[in-house]
Write a protein that binds this ligand. Sequence first.
Ligand code: C5P
Length: 233
Amino acid sequence: ARAGAIIPAAGFGTRMGADRPKQFLELAGAPVLIRTIRIFLDHPAISAVVVALPPSHYQQSLELFTRYLASPLPAKLILTRGGASRQKSVSHGLAALPPQIDTVLVHDGARPLVSDRVIGRCLTGVASHGAVIAAVPAKDTLKEVDPESGRIITTIDRSRVWLAQTPQAMRRELLEQAFRQAAEDGFTGTDEASLLEHGNIPVYVVAGDEQNIKLTRPGDLTLASSLLGESGK
Ligand code: C5P
C-alpha cells in the first residue's frame, strides 16, 4: 500500500480566543501545525502529505513552512486551500492527493502530539479492516442531558463509548465513495468515520492515546507543552 496523509488545518480556532488560527500558535518553539506536519513528513511509510490551509492565511503559511521546514519545501509536501468546513477541507485534500496513493490517513492539524505508534496502529488496522480510527475508551460517567433544562435524561453505558481522535485511516476508494454518497445525500459529519458510517462502510477503532489531544481551548497549549516536556521531544 502507498499511504498519504491529509491534514485539515483550515479552521479559525475561534474557541482558542487567540489573534490567529490555533494551528499557528507556538508550542515549545515551533508552530503547532509545523510540529504536526513534521511527524507525517518524517514517517517512512507515508509518501505524501497534503495540508489544507486557510485561504486567508495561505501566503503566511508558505512563509512559515519555508522558515521551519526547508527551502525549497520537501517534495512530499503538497499544499492546498481548505474550505468552509472540515469536511470540505478534507475533500479538497483528497482531490490534491497524488493518484498512486491508495491509503489515506486524515489527521487534525491541531493534534501535534500524535505518536508514530498510533500512526503505525492505524496503518496496520487499515490493511486488515479497510477503515479504522484512533480512539480511546471513555473514562468518565456519561450523561445524556436535555439541552434546554439541563436535566439528565439518562446515563449512557460507558463500556460501549469511545472518544474519536485522528488519524482516521481508510482505503482511498472507501473515502472517495463516502464523500460521493455524503454529497448526494447532503450529509455532513464532524469526522471522516461518520461519512463512512453513513454509507454503511464498516469502520473499526484502534487504540489511540490519551496524550493525542486536540488543541481547542487556551489551556490546551499549556497542557500540550507539559506533555511534550514529559516525553522529551
Ligand atoms: O474545529 P475543530 O477543532 O474540530 O477542527 C479540527 C481540524 O479541522 C483542525 O485542524 C482545523 O484546522 C480543521 N478545519 C479545517 N477546515 C475548516 C474547519 C476546521 O481544515 N473549515
